[in-house]
Design a protein around this ligand. Structure first.
Ligand code: FBP
Length: 542
């Protein structure tokens, strides 16, 4: 296979290589930086016994300190789904450790955490990295979803970092991957390894947020990419006036992406999973709600429209949510080896009834493999098609009763993978780069079990505030695969928060009036108000 850096780039990719990402002013002189300890956050009682080494760690602020001149050896791994800005995290670690000492080494573990276990690694050099700066995708070293969980895997991971004589390992990942980073940090520390473990918050889903992490990197670019498509579709809808577009948006569980895209494009309806759950709605209720919209718009002579459907919607509905819970329990117990009939027979009565009402294809998708963390692979479930099917049924019933004579022609669309590997926006290019420098500093100052954070993201990068927060403080007990486990809590859309409230206030007029907005493609050249815009969910929170 040809080496990645021999790839030919487009004119825009070439131009992006020259972009100098922004960063907080203080991060420019890495070798003279240190951390100052702040408050010590509480670690949940259930997690404390598992993290005896990591508990009682303070939040860290970046400050000036004594120069460091030692060469550093750092390992890096990309974990989970792609997110724009990942290559910049790696480039930043490389630049930072070379600034500390030209003989510093950066080792990339290939294809995700499996690369750490198998010690599938290679040294990354300037010439190769130069072709990946400000580029999308994760193809420099690849990614993967393997979970490091058995005693043997932990030992193998330790052997790998020891064999490379690493001072630190940087895990670039989402909630599950950073949970894994916390366990690795604790294990390495208990075994007396000098290798520290640092996390970097990544995921387009936007669900790795808490008191210290305003947003993970990748969310901004993915939302801008999807919003471009949605805005174009809205324009098509209002031009052709003949289709209802059901656009499913990636984001696994939480509806952050849908909320951001709705604020950017103003569709006729945007379903928010967290609201559906709060109101205890079933999928049938949602189908009726959409049918009502179709009927109301038809009365205004509008037989077209745009509806946003979050990928995780069905998990939030009362009926399908319960069914998925039941299936997860049975599949975990039976290790998915049992025949489908046997799994279905094990369902409680309500779940069995819900299952029976679903089209066969959706039944099959619901039963397909879980990911290594036990999650249903919602990106494989065609919720947008299922909803169209159910809305059609409601409308046809209305037709039979003489309550509906209109036309309903629907098109399903899925916005997903294309947003994960897009060329990073200026925001994500700079954010990824800044996070990478904080991660390098964590290794340089031998701080283990921390995640790099940047506060004040609504401001220009020069004003951003770099920090590091203890991973242990983010853990809480959750039931996973039938057992209780300390994991980083996913952040869902806060229905009382300013971004959702702002959407809730505006959406009534979007239903019947066509208030569509067309944000257009991500811009890299031009006025800063356009090229450097930040996610609306951040700016509306202020
Ligand atoms: P991460 O949380 O690992 O970043 O992945 C996000 C995501 O893109 C989800 O939005 C989506 O449901 C899932 O990955 C798809 O996974 P896969 O790449 O395995 O199809």
């Amino acid at each position: 296979m040809a080496k990645p850096f021999t790839k030919e780039l487009s004119a825009l990719q070439e131009a992006r290589l020259a972009y100098a990402p922004g960063m907080p002013e203080i991060l420019r002189h890495i070798s003279t930086l240190d951390f100052a300890a702040g408050a010590v956050p509480q670690v949940e009682a259930g997690a404390r016994p598992l993290f005896t080494r990591l508990a009682n760690a303070p939040v860290l602020r970046v400050v000036r300190g004594q120069p460091e001149k030692r060469p550093l050896a750092v390992g890096v791994v990309l974990s989970g789904g792609q997110a724009p800005g990942g290559h910049n995290v790696i480039a930043a670690i490389f630049d930072a450790i070379k600034e500390v000492h030209p003989e510093s080494r950066l080792v990339g573990f290939c294809n995700g955490p499996a690369g750490i276990v198998k010690n599938d690694a290679r040294t990354l050099e300037q010439e190769e990295l130069a072709r990946f700066r400000n580029q999308g995708g994760f193809d420099l070293i690849g990614s993967g979803r393997t979970k490091i969980e058995t005693e043997t895997q932990f030992q193998q991971a330790l052997n790998s970092v020891t064999s490379h004589r690493l001072d630190g390992l940087v895990v670039i990942g989402g909630d599950d991957s950073n949970t894994n980073a916390a366990y690795l940090a604790e294990f390495f520390s208990q075994q007396g390894s000098p290798c520290v473990v640092a996390g970097v918050p990544k995921t387009i889903d936007g669900d790795l947020q808490n008191s210290w992490i305003e947003l993970p990197f990748g969310f901004d670019t993915a939302c801008k990419t999807y919003a471009e498509t949605i805005g174009n579709i809205c324009r098509d809808a209002v031009s052709a006036k003949k289709y209802y577009y059901f656009i499913k948006l990636m984001g696994r569980s939480a509806s952050h992406i849908t909320l951001e895209c709705a604020l950017k494009t103003r569709p006729n309806l945007a379903l928010i999973g967290e609201e559906v759950r709060a109101e205890g709605k079933t999928l049938q209720d949602i189908a009726r709600l959409v049918a009502e919209l179709v009927v109301a718009r038809a009365q205004e002579n509008k037989e077209y429209g745009v509806i946003l459907v979050p990928e995780g919607l069905i998990e939030f509905t009362r009926d399908i949510g319960e069914l998925i819970g039941e299936l997860n329990r049975l599949l975990a117990r039976e290790a998915a080896t049992e025949a489908v009939e046997a799994v279905v027979a094990g369902l409680n009565e309500g779940a069995r009834r819900t299952f029976a009402m679903l089209p066969q294809e959706i039944q099959r998708q619901l039963l397909s493999d879980r990911d290594p963390h036990g999650n249903v692979q919602v990106s494989k479930i065609e919720t947008e098609r299922l909803l169209i099917h159910l809305v059609n049924m409601v409308l046809e019933a209305m037709r039979r009763e003489g309550a509906w004579q209109g036309k309903f022609s629907a098109q399903p669309i899925f916005c997903g993978y294309e947003g994960r590997a897009a060329l990073p926006s200026n925001f994500d290019a700079s954010y990824g780069y800044s996070l990478g420098r904080v991660a390098a500093l964590l290794v340089m100052r031998r701080k283990t079990g921390y995640i790099a954070c940047i506060k004040n993201l609504c401001q220009a990068p020069a004003e951003w505030e770099p920090q590091a927060a203890p991973l242990a403080a983010m853990l809480h007990l959750e039931e996973r695969g039938g057992t209780s486990k300390a994991v980083i809590q996913k952040a869902f859309v806060d229905l009382s928060g300013a971004p959702f409230q702002c959407f809730a206030k505006a959406r009534t007029s979007w239903r019947l009036d066509d208030c569509y907005m067309q944000p257009g493609p991500i811009q890299f050249f031009g006025p800063s108000a356009i090229t450097d815009s930040v996610p609306l969910v951040l700016s509306k929170s202020r």
